[in-house]
Design a protein around this ligand. Structure first.
Ligand SMILES: [Zn+2]
Length: 221
């Protein structure tokens, strides 16, 4: 069930058995182990849910909620969440945080055989870092029509001169991942409107009480 195993071997046709194949294998060999009808596995959804949990940490910190999980086999090596505002660091995207933590955990800046799950389509910066790290597979949730570098704006991974290592799957739990972002921005717009309204009301109140802004003219003393 782990795509990081040997999917090519697993898809070898059953009608070319080795000489060691026993006759009793014929009956059971017809049931393929890989569900071809569902390219997004429950395993992918599982790790994407962990990435969503990491995105919640970003949201709690007031950052755009994007989360990432770096996986080797079925082991979570590292997680990361988006936090450029709090760190004053434009490179502090969720993918970068997960890549840095995984590199430190494994003692290697190359991460072959690892998969990166992220709730939002990686940008060009993160796509570059993913390639440098030799990540085997990227799985992302929501597409990013503004900065997505996996096909939405540019498709860095499809450039064979740049990428020899990484396959990409998009749209895993896309609606859920996108909903978290939409809710965040809706809340931020609402808070911004509230702040503007409060400022306008404060300005109105100040102008309605000239004595507070210009006491010299109205104070009889
Ligand atoms: Zn990025």
């Amino acid at each position: 069930m782990t795509p990081s195993g040997a999917p090519d071997d697993a898809r070898e046709p059953d009608d070319t058995p080795s000489e060691a194949a026993a006759p009793l294998a014929a009956a059971s060999a017809e049931s393929p182990p890989i569900p071809e009808s569902d390219p997004v596995s429950e395993r992918d959804r599982h790790f994407m849910r962990l990435a969503q949990a990491a995105a919640d940490k970003a949201r709690a910190a007031g950052e755009v909620p994007v989360g990432a999980v770096l996986v080797r086999g079925d082991e979570v090596i590292a997680t990361g969440f988006n936090h450029p505002i709090g760190t004053h660091d434009p490179s502090a995207h969720a993918e970068m945080a997960a890549l840095r933590a995984a590199g430190a955990a494994l003692g290697n800046y190359r991460l072959p055989g690892c998969e990166l799950y992220v709730t939002l389509e990686p940008c060009l910066m993160c796509a570059g870092a993913i390639m440098h790290a030799r990540i085997s597979r990227v799985v992302y949730g929501a597409r990013d029509p503004k900065t997505g570098a996996c096909g939405s704006v540019v498709d860095a991974f499809s450039n064979a001169q740049l990428n020899h290592h990484t396959s990409v799957v998009g749209g895993v739990l896309e609606t859920e991942c996108g909903d978290a972002l939409r809710a965040f921005f809706a809340e931020r717009r609402r808070a911004s409107r509230e702040a503007r309204r409060a400022a306008a009301e404060a300005a109105d109140a100040a102008s309605a009480q000239p004595g507070r802004t210009n006491p010299g003219r109205t104070d009889p003393h």
